[in-house]
Design a protein around this ligand. Structure first.
Ligand code: AQP
Length: 350
C-alpha cells in the first residue's frame, strides 16, 4: 500500500492534505481564479500536500458536447499549469481517470439523505423551475463531491463561497458514515474560504455569480482572454454613476461597485477597505482604467502561458495521466478500506 494513503499521523490525527477541484464545463473565469485556483497555488507553495482535480464527472451533470469537454479539460489543465500548479509538487489529474471517485460517490449516495440533497441551493438554481427534467446526477452531485474529497482523506478544501453548503454536506456525510459504522475513518473537512473575492460577481449583474456557463461572454473574464478583451470587459462592466465612497458600508445596495472593488482588492492582494482609502471620491471613469491595468498585469501572462501549454495537448494528457496514477495510489486503498468497513466480500486476487 502507498504509505501516503495512511493519512493519519502517529498520534492518530488526520495529516493535513488539501483537495479541490474545478469543473471543465467551460473556460475558467476570473471567479474560478480568485475563488479557487490562485489559492490552490498558495497552498502548494506553503508545502502542504495538494491534490487538484478537473472534475469531468461533475461537468456531465448537465449535457456537454464531447469534443468541447475534451478541449475544456485540456484548457483547464493548461490554466492550472499557467497559474503556477507544479505537477511535480501537486497531484493534478482529471476525475474520470480515477474510478474510486465514482465508486465512493455511490457509497455516499447511500449515506446522504434525500432531504439533505434537496436543500442544496446549487441544485435548486441549476435545475431551475423544471426539476423533473434535471439529471439524477445533478441532484446527487454533492455526494460525488464528498467522495472526491474523502477518497483522499483530505482535511482542507479551498473553495469559493458558493461551495460552502456542499462542504457542510461533506462533513455531514463523513460524520454519518463514521457514526453508522462505529469508526473514525473519514476526516471532518475544513472549508478554506478566504480572501477579498470569495464570490466574484458577473460584470453585467452584480447580484449574480460570475460563471463559466453564463450565456453572456461579457459577464466574465476568461483566463484565456487576451489583454485587449480583459480591458474591454472591464471598461464595459456595468456600474453606477456615483463616485466610490470612503467606507464599505456605503457600498451596500451598489453590488456592481462592490464587486469591482473586491476584484481590485483580490488582484492587488489587499483589502477592499484599502482600495476605498485610495479611490474614495473618484468615479468609475478613473477607477476602471486602473482596474483594467491591474487585471491585465495579473491575468494576461497566465493567458499567454496557457496558449503555450495548449500547443502540446499530448503533454497535457501525459501529465494528467501521471497525476491520475499518483491519485489512484492514494484513493484506491482508502476505497478498499471503505468496502471492508461496509462488509463487502473482496476475494479477487491481484
Ligand atoms: N464567481 C466565483 N467567485 C469565486 N469563486 C468561484 N468559483 C466558481 N465561481 C466563482 C469557485 O471555483 C471553484 C470551481 O467551481 P466549479 O467550476 O467546479 O463550479 P461552479 O462553482 O459551479 O463554477 P461555475 O463557473 O459557475 O461553473 P458552471 O457555470 O459550470 O456551473 C469552486 O471552488 C468555486 O467555489
Amino acid at each position: 500500500m502507498d504509505d501516503r494513503a495512511q493519512a493519519k499521523d502517529t498520534a492518530g490525527r488526520f495529516r493535513t492534505r488539501v483537495f479541490s477541484g474545478i469543473q471543465p464545463s467551460g473556460g475558467l473565469t476570473l471567479g474560478n481564479y480568485l475563488g479557487a485556483l490562485r489559492r490552490f497555488v498558495q497552498k502548494q507553495d506553503e508545502g502542504i500536500e495538494t491534490v487538484y482535480c478537473l472534475v469531468d464527472l461533475h461537468a456531465i451533470t448537465v449535457w456537454q458536447d464531447p469534443a468541447r469537454l475534451r478541449a475544456n479539460t485540456r484548457e483547464a489543465a493548461a490554466a492550472f499549469l499557467a497559474a503556477g500548479i507544479d505537477p511535480g509538487r501537486s497531484i493534478l489529474f482529471n476525475q474520470s481517470q480515477v474510478s474510486a471517485h465514482a465508486e465512493l460517490g455511490w457509497v455516499f449516495n447511500c449515506v446522504a439523505r434525500m432531504g439533505w440533497l434537496g436543500r442544496m441551493t446549487q441544485f435548486k438554481e441549476k435545475a431551475g423551475k423544471d426539476r423533473e427534467a434535471a439529471s439524477v446526477g445533478l441532484f446527487a452531485y454533492p455526494s460525488l463531491m464528498a467522495a472526491d474529497i474523502l477518497a483522499y482523506h483530505a482535511t482542507h478544501v479551498p473553495v469559493g463561497e458558493d461551495q460552502k453548503q456542499h462542504l457542510e454536506l461533506t462533513r455531514d456525510i463523513a460524520i454519518k458514515f463514521n457514526h453508522d459504522f462505529g469508526v473514525d475513518f473519514f476526516p471532518v473537512v475544513e472549508p478554506v474560504i478566504e480572501g477579498a473575492a470569495t464570490r466574484v460577481m458577473s460584470l453585467r449583474d452584480g447580484t449574480r455569480k460570475m460563471s463559466k456557463s453564463d450565456p453572456s461572454d461579457m459577464s466574465r473574464i476568461n483566463l484565456a482572454d487576451d489583454a485587449e478583451a480583459i480591458a474591454q470587459k472591464i471598461r464595459k462592466a456595468r456600474t453606477d454613476p456615483e463616485p466610490l465612497p470612503d467606507s464599505l458600508a456605503a457600498l451596500d445596495g451598489r453590488p456592481e461597485a462592490r464587486n469591482l472593488v473586491n476584484i481590485y482588492a483580490a488582484l492587488a492582494d489587499t483589502t477592499p477597505e484599502a482600495v476605498l482609502a485610495e479611490f474614495a471620491g473618484q468615479g468609475f471613469g478613473s477607477f476602471k482604467p486602473r482596474l483594467a491595468d491591474l487585471a491585465v498585469s495579473v491575468l494576461a501572462p497566465i493567458g499567454v502561458r496557457m496558449t503555450e501549454y495548449l500547443r502540446d495537448p499530448a503533454e497535457i494528457d501525459r501529465l494528467l495521466g501521471a497525476g491520475a496514477d499518483r491519485a489512484e495510489a492514494i484513493a484506491r486503498p482508502i476505497l478498499a478500506q471503505t468496502f471492508d468497513i461496509l462488509g463487502m466480500v473482496r476475494s479477487r486476487r491481484g
